[in-house]
Design a protein around this ligand. Sequence first.
Ligand code: PEP
Length: 248
Amino acid sequence: MARQFFVGGNFKMNGTKESVAQIIANLNSEELPSQVEVVIAPPAPYLGLAVAENKQKTVAISAQNVFDKASGAYTGEISPAQVKDLGATWTLTGHSERRTIIKESDEFVADKTKFALEQGLSVILCIGETLEERKANVTLDVCARQLDAASKIIKDWTNIVVAYEPVWAIGTGLAATPEDAQETHKGIRAHLAKTIGEEQAAAVRILYGGSVNGKNAKEFKDKADVDGFLVGGASLKPEFVDIIKSRL
Ligand code: PEP
């Protein structure tokens, strides 16, 4: 089953009106491959700007986080409807920085993912183990636990992309090897086959994230279960385009 190559860019809490517009102008000036789906996630204040500036048909705009309620007394939170109102069509959920720093639980991430889908957003659901968990050899158990919270309440995974992002690889310059990523992605897909069914598991895209850059992206080319990347730091730089083109 052919899965469309997908590259996400997570700007995290970086940028200004000027720099976000510049990154998008750079993307606009490129001939991007029509077969690659690209989704960029600027900080929430710049979602509208990103939507307005983006001229590429294959690039969509994503929030980095949403809340699991439509509106109301939830100071500081952002609803999926507001994200959609700005013209964005995706959101991340469960990024490890939110799981570890903001202490978001698996259940809360799952609730937000479900609500975002119900409200018409597509979701990049992030999972992954810490260094301690890796050393304890429980990588797949952790990924399974994080996924199970979602699969318990979400039956249709058509509009979910899973991003496997080992926490020890994020922002450290220490990417997982393509072999390690492939092995974990294969395990994740096998687990999903048991929980959401073989057909959906075969169709769901599983991205690798963690210190991907313009050079190492090509090394993942022949890895059957690596369907793309979620990119942090390098998505702010011109080399993001090299990552988008890494499968050509
Ligand atoms: C991320 O924030 O999702 C990420 C993968 O970061 P980096 O590429 O900087 O490691």
